[in-house]
Structure formats: structure tokens, C-alpha cells
Design a protein around this ligand. Structure first.
Ligand code: PLP
Length: 401
């Protein structure tokens, strides 16, 4: 009897997922590396710095601690010690007092938390407003909920800060969630507290949940004005949840550690989803996160200075090559319009630059409809290497000059 081969089709919601932009550029990189070419990857925002030594010591200490077996399952809600450290950090950094038990929740990276929060709140067919360009993971997470995505435009002339008039009233009224992300990936745009005040008023009016992703809150370049938190607004906790990450601020991207803070009910519902799909984080990583949050934050200050210098170097070099670039007030990215000869075809531009130089950028349309015609460079190489990149771009016979 012959066994016929068969393929079980995956669920429609998975089949319909678009390719993740970073997976696409990663494939380009792999192909080039396999062919023995030099690649300089400015595509993914993967920090090149190292965590603070106390963070690594805390991990080692937890692993060696005989009085507590951190190697077993943790509790669903994460260690109380970490939740207390999160609440203390919020108070120290933003003057916001949180109840550690009900208003904080450790995450296995903020990407996980964002996806599971959407799962907790979005039914199939619900509308989520995603201002774009945006961190592309929002799209996949919303699509996995079979939610409808409304892309509100973020305009360069407004510093990429969401303009409320760009959300039609009927969309606002039917929407269930709005995603905010300041400081902003990919543009580096930043908002002030007045923007969050307006966001809370808007959310109340339209009864929409606010999700504020502050993965880059520690990477603002203005020493006089650190980026604010949504939760600083009185009443924000009734309508909003904030999601934070230690990946970029503390150079812990591979450790997978972030946290959610805000509305107790939403934190509870997020916890309910998570308890069905994961088992919190490795205890050693949680104790390392305690050290990161309670430490001197020098690593964040170091990153701010590092990224600012790299930004200035790259932005001024590209300007000399004829690019139209404006240095943003925060983050670890440079977002720029692609040169005129490519029109709006950012994928073609990224491929041409890559083929000519081995320098890998991210195509703007991978960040949503309103990213079309732009490209993003991550500032994850040192200044000498940035000079090398500028030399390669200048030497390549690309027609932007
Ligand atoms: C805006 C934004 N949010 C969240 C994340 C995910 O961070 P994490 O490593 O905590 O999952 C990223 C990563 O690039 C990001 O840019």
C-alpha cells in the first residue's frame, strides 16, 4: 500500500501573514554572506553594545544561588522582586506610582507583550489604529488576531507625531485600540507630555484603549528633556497600558526582557493570555533585570551618547552625498527619504545599494504604507565603520549625486 504524501494547510490567519520585513532583508544578507561578500548590516536595530557588568553578575549569582532554584519554572506573573523593581523604576524615572502586584507584568521581550495584549483585546474584525510608518511587528500581531488595521499617517512635517485630525471620526468610534510609540521607530520622532494628555482625552472620547510602546524612552538625546510616559497623565491608567523593553536601553535584546505597566484590568487580562501560552521568564534573567533597573543607568547614558555621535556622523556624511536627512531627537535610527531617481521604490533602492556596496538598509514600505519612499539605517556600527560605509556609498556609482 503506497502512502500518499499530503500537506496539512496552515490556518488562514497564518497563510495571510505578509513576509516580515526583517526576515526578507535577513535572507538577502545570508545569500550575500554565502557568496563570500562583505555585508554591513544596518537593517536590524540589534544593539552592538554589551550589558552592564552588574547585570551579568546578577544572572550568574542567581544561577549559582543554592537557596533558590532559579532553573525551575518561575511564577506566571514573574518574580515579585522584579515587579517591585519595575514599579520603583517608574517612580524614579517618571514620578509615576504603580501598584507592583496589579499594575506591572514582566514580559519575554516587549514584542511578546504587544502581541499578547492584542490577543487579549482584539476580536476578529475589530479595528486597531496603527500610525505608520511603525515597528512592523504590530502588523503581524494584529493580523494574527484577524483584526482590521487602520494606518494613520505620520507626517515628516509634523515631526512624525500623530495628528488627531488624521484619524477619521468614524474610524475613531469603531476602533478598539490605538498604538503609540514615542520615541518612534523607525523615524526617531518624539512627543511631549501634552501629546499624551491629548491622547488620553481622545481615548476617553472614543472609548479606545491606548497602548504606548516606549522601547526607546531611554534613548532621547536632549539632556534637558527626557522622553515622557503616557502614565504621567492623570487618568491614563484607566485607558492605557505602557510596554517597555530593556533590549535597546540596556543592551539586552537577546535576553528577551521587557514589561507592561498601567491599567490593572488590562495587565490582568494580558496575564491571563500569557498564563495560557508561556510560563514567565527564566528566573536568572528576571534577577538580571532587577539589577538593570536598580543600577546606575550608566549603560543608558552611554547608549544615548553613542547613538547621538553616530547619528551626527552618518547624517552629516549622507548630507554631503546629497541625501535629504534630518537628525531625529531620539532612538538609534536614521530615517531618510530615498534619493529622487528611485521615486518611491524603496525596495529597489535598498537592493541597489546592497548590490553596489554590501550596505544593508531597511526599506521604508516594510514599516507600513506611509513609510513608502524612505529607508532606515540602524546606528549599530562604530564611527570608523560609518566612515567606511560613507566611503562605499560615495565610491558606488549611484545616481543621487
Ligand atoms: C518600537 C519597538 N517596540 C518593541 C520592540 C521589541 O523589543 P523587544 O526586544 O523588547 O521585543 C522593538 C524592537 O525593535 C521596537 O522597535
Amino acid at each position: 500500500m503506497s502512502k500518499s504524501k499530503f500537506v496539512v494547510p496552515c490556518a488562514d490567519r497564518v497563510a495571510q501573514l505578509p513576509p516580515y520585513v526583517f526576515a526578507t532583508i535577513f535572507a538577502m544578507k545570508e545569500q550575500a554572506l554565502a557568496a563570500g561578500r562583505e555585508v554591513i548590516d544596518l537593517g536590524v536595530g540589534n544593539p552592538d553594545g554589551r550589558p552592564s557588568p552588574d547585570v551579568m553578575e546578577a544572572l550568574n549569582a542567581a544561577m549559582a544561588d543554592e537557596s533558590w532554584n532559579c532553573h525551575g519554572y518561575s511564577t506566571f506573573k514573574g518574580l515579585p522582586r522584579l515587579r517591585e523593581a519595575i514599579a520603583a523604576w517608574y517612580f524614579e524615572r517618571f514620578g509615576v506610582g504603580l501598584d507592583a502586584e496589579t499594575e506591572t507584568l514582566p514580559l519575554i521581550g516587549s514584542k511578546e507583550g504587544l502581541a499578547n495584549l492584542m490577543r487579549a483585546y482584539l476580536n476578529a474584525g475589530d479595528t486597531v489604529i496603527v500610525p505608520t510608518p511603525c515597528y512592523p511587528a504590530y502588523f503581524g500581531a494584529a493580523r494574527l488576531c484577524e483584526a482590521e488595521i487602520f494606518e494613520a499617517p505620520l507626517r515628516e512635517e509634523c515631526g512624525f507625531v500623530l495628528q488627531w485630525r488624521d484619524i477619521p471620526a468614524e474610524v475613531a468610534d469603531r476602533a478598539r485600540m490605538l498604538i503609540l510609540n514615542y520615541p518612534h521607530n523607525p523615524t526617531g520622532g518624539a512627543c511631549d507630555l501634552a501629546f499624551y494628555e491629548a491622547a488620553v482625552a481622545w481615548a476617553r472620547k472614543h472609548q479606545v484603549m491606548l497602548v504606548s510602546d516606549i522601547a526607546y524612552s531611554e534613548l532621547g538625546f536632549d539632556p534637558e528633556q527626557a522622553p515622557p510616559s503616557l502614565l504621567q497623565v492623570p487618568g491614563a491608567r484607566d485607558v492605557g497600558v505602557e510596554i517597555q523593553s530593556l533590549s535597546k536601553s540596556h543592551n539586552l535584546a537577546g535576553w528577551r526582557i521587557g514589561f507592561a505597566a498601567g491599567a490593572a484590568e488590562a495587565i490582568g487580562n494580558l496575564g491571563r493570555v500569557k498564563s495560557n501560552v508561556d510560563f514567565s521568564l527564566f528566573g536568572g534573567v528576571q534577577m538580571a533585570a532587577v539589577a538593570a533597573l536598580e543600577g546606575d543607568q550608566k549603560v543608558c547614558a552611554g547608549n544615548r551618547e553613542l547613538y547621538r555621535k553616530r547619528l551626527v556622523r552618518l547624517a552629516s556624511g549622507l548630507s554631503k552625498l546629497g541625501w535629504q536627512v534630518t537628525a531625529p531627537p531620539a532612538t538609534m535610527y536614521l530615517w531618510a527619504r530615498i534619493p529622487a531617481p528611485w521615486g518611491d521604490d524603496d525596495f529597489a533602492f535598498v537592493r541597489d545599494v546592497f548590490d553596489a556596496t554590501g550596505v544593508l538598509l531597511s526599506p521604508g514600505s516594510g514599516f507600513g504604507a506611509h513609510g513608502k519612499g524612505y529607508a532606515r539605517a540602524s546606528l549599530v556600527i562604530d564611527e570608523a565603520r560609518i566612515d567606511h560605509v560613507l566611503g562605499l556609498l560615495e565610491a558606488a556609482d549611484l545616481t543621487w549625486k
